[in-house]
Design a protein around this ligand. Structure first.
Ligand code: WTA
Length: 657
């Protein structure tokens, strides 16, 4: 615990912030005069019209009225314009590499300059507009980690449409649920992709999801099935590979046998519509508080929450925090390994870094393919200077020992980052000593899908680091630790982590359910934003996040709801009751431990355990039908007892009035 790491005088001398006192002075300024500091920082961006109000306005107390947060009221801007056009015209970055793409297979790569990214983004904006997508419309995005994913997000932003990215590892059910919740009018996906050796037929899953949307919405007025744009990534173009139908990213290892289901009239090939589209598209100016995107996160009731992020505050928060916390230099090559399906990919692979004109690496594959040294090999190949990953990845690579790391130089590395869960000291030390060769500070960044950007994080060369602590608050962020009665504890303390005032990047609502937003984050401690995390503050004022205090658990850096798992288990005919809790896991951080009480007459067996593991996959689809009063359960033959849905349905009819 007394472990403290400080940067050398030499390393400090060229950093943005060089000492803890410099950080503290700036932090004080950010609280005393937010307008002055943020106003200064906002100057790096283009505002079509200036803000007419104070920098931030908010009410975090539901008792005083609707919870609301506004940043730079009255300002209009366009996030995509700032990331691309503005960086090209004002900062002359047209020829700078915006994205290095490294595919799943060795040797599969592509690069896009800021100018090329702008051209493709404009084409895609026109494609969206041609498909009838307008400002404020929602677009679902279900894609592998390929440049087209970034292009799609930026194109949405350019026309003021709201993207809703669904992680490409999610099931058809999850995708369908999210498409329906946000009433998306269009889906962008790809034919398929490889994760290591495993091929995923993504379009097949997307089609299953669209089928589900259609079944579910059958007869409901005003619903029209989303159109679907498909990137050909694995499939072979008619006429064989290499047909010049840029822009698209063909994989080096195409799959001639890939069966891509297709529905004429609904489905469109990306390269065909892009080919026909214009390369110029004017940005649509948006209000500072117009929605930029929706991203779903787990909720303790089981239904995912569509967190809504907006324009000006999110842009500022992600850009400024990315620049300062990674001490970004113009020549840096920045690599965030998170998938764009998660908030980390949104804020610190797309928006923050591109706003700063950074060169970013986008990696499609996994750390262990073709071998366990892939990360370190990529770092050398691109001379990566800033590397941002999750403790779960570090732990899973640590178990292969030092040799795969030491095969590579990693000399380019300057700053390392960690996110997603508390990093255990053992992993911290390995990351620091072996990966970083003892030279690189580790920025442990604490934040959430809801917070948009970092809330607690060190300044890499200024803040003395303690392994496992996300150290101190970011500018404009005011943490507090409360006890069960909502009383603020000073000094050394342990309790609930809350934030006392609004910050620019925070989510403004839950899509379609503002009440749930107020209840989840502001009801328990009115006037404070409640994180759901426990936290300790040590005698030096360092914050140590200890983990979730609600019914969510953090597995491999991602939140899961225990309620959702319990509901799925409880639906098995052999189960009377189920309770799930988390317990520590050496690789995943936490894992699920499920306690199940069986009906009399049932006994535990391998088969039963296997069935229970399958539960979530099989039952949810049917449960949803039962809940919505639809007796057409579809295929029930895989159920242990195919009669259960009808029994439950009858029960539902008895209990719902
Ligand atoms: C946890 C990920 C400790 C925390 C950006 C939070 C962390 C949840 C850290 C949000 C960290 C994230 N130290 N815990 N550096 N970063 N967490 O929404 O429990 O996927 O509430 O956002 O991850 O997860 P989410």
């Amino acid at each position: 615990m007394s472990d403290v790491y400080e940067a050398s005088a030499d390393a400090r001398s060229s950093a943005f912030l060089r000492s803890l006192s410099e950080y503290q002075a700036l932090y004080e300024r950010s609280l005393q005069d937010p307008q002055e500091l943020w106003g200064e920082l906002a100057k790096q961006f283009h505002w079509q019209t200036p803000s007419t109000g104070p920098f931030m306005q908010s009410n975090l107390n539901p008792a005083l009225g609707r919870v609301s947060v506004t940043c730079m009221a009255g300002a209009t801007t366009n996030v995509c314009y700032n990331l691309l056009d503005h960086n090209i015209s004002e900062n002359r970055l047209g020829d700078k590499v915006a994205i290095y793409w490294e595919g799943n297979c060795l040797g599969d790569s592509r690069k896009l300059t800021y100018q090329q990214l702008l051209n493709d983004t404009c084409r895609m904006s026109n494609v969206l507009t041609n498909q009838g997508v307008k400002k404020g419309d929602r677009v679902a995005v279900y894609m592998p980690m390929i440049p087209e994913l970034v292009i799609t997000l930026l194109a949405c932003s350019r026309i003021g449409a709201v993207h809703s990215v669904v992680f490409a590892g999610f099931s058809a059910d999850s995708l369908a649920e999210r498409i329906m919740d946000a009433q998306c009018c269009l889906l962008v996906t790809a034919d398929g992709f490889f994760r290591g050796e495993k091929m995923i037929n993504l379009k097949q899953i997307a089609d299953d999801a669209l089928d589900r949307c259609r079944e579910r919405e059958k007869g409901s007025k005003g619903f029209s099935e989303p159109k679907c744009i498909v990137v050909r990534h694995l499939g072979v173009a008619p006429g064989g590979p290499g047909v010049p139908n840029r822009p698209y990213t063909p994989a080096k290892r195409p799959c001639p046998n890939l069966q891509t289901p297709w529905q004429d009239g609904r489905d469109l090939w990306w390269h065909e519509v892009m080919h026909k589209a214009h390369e110029e598209a004017p940005p649509v100016w948006c209000d500072s508080e117009d929605p930029l995107f929706i991203l779903y996160t787990s909720g303790s009731t089981g239904k995912p929450k569509g967190m809504v992020h907006t324009q000006a505050g999110y842009l500022l928060h992600t850009a400024v925090s990315h620049r300062l916390v990674f001490d970004l230099r113009p020549s840096d090559v920045y690599w965030c390994t998170a998938d764009i399906g998660w908030i980390t990919g949104h804020s610190y692979l797309v928006y923050g870094p591109l706003a700063n004109g950074a060169t970013c690496l986008l990696f499609e594959g996994i750390p262990t393919y073709p071998e366990v040294d892939r990360f370190w090999q990529i770092i050398d190949k691109y001379q990566v200077t800033l590397f941002y990953t999750a403790p779960t990845a570090i732990r899973s690579l640590m178990k292969h020992g030092n040799e795969p790391v030491l095969r590579h130089s990693r000399h380019s590395l300057r700053v390392l980052g960690s996110v997603g869960e508390p990093i255990n000291p053992e992993a911290w030390h390995w990351y620091h000593r072996v990966i970083g060769g003892g030279r690189c500070p580790i920025v442990d960044t604490y934040w959430q899908t809801e917070t948009g950007g970092f809330l607690l994080a060190p300044m890499p060369f200024a803040t003395p680091l303690k392994p496992g602590s996300a150290t101190f608050p970011f500018f404009g962020v005011v943490p507090a630790i409360l006890n069960e009665h909502g009383e603020e504890m000073k000094g050394e303390a342990e309790g609930y982590l809350v934030f006392k005032q609004a910050w620019p990047g925070m989510a403004r609502t839950i899509y379609g359910d503002h009440r749930r937003y107020e209840e989840t984050y502001f009801q328990k401690f009115p006037g404070f934003y409640f994180t759901g995390d426990g936290c300790r503050r040590d005698s030096d004022g360092y914050y140590w996040v200890t983990g979730r205090v609600d019914d969510l658990l953090n597995m491999s850096g991602h939140l899961l709801s225990t309620a959702e798992v319990e509901a799925a288990l409880g639906a098995h005919p052999a189960v009377v009751e189920a309770a799930t809790v988390s317990c520590p896991h050496s690789l995943k951080g936490q894992t699920l431990y499920c306690f199940v009480t069986l009906q009399a007459g049932h006994t535990f067996s391998r088969t039963l355990v296997a069935e229970l593991r399958q539960k979530g996959k099989i039952m949810r689809r049917i449960l949803r039908k039962i809940a919505s009063g639809d007796p057409d359960f579809g295929d029930v033959t895989t159920l242990a007892d195919p009669c259960v849905p009808s029994a439950l349905f009858a029960d539902r009819c008895r209990t719902t009035v």
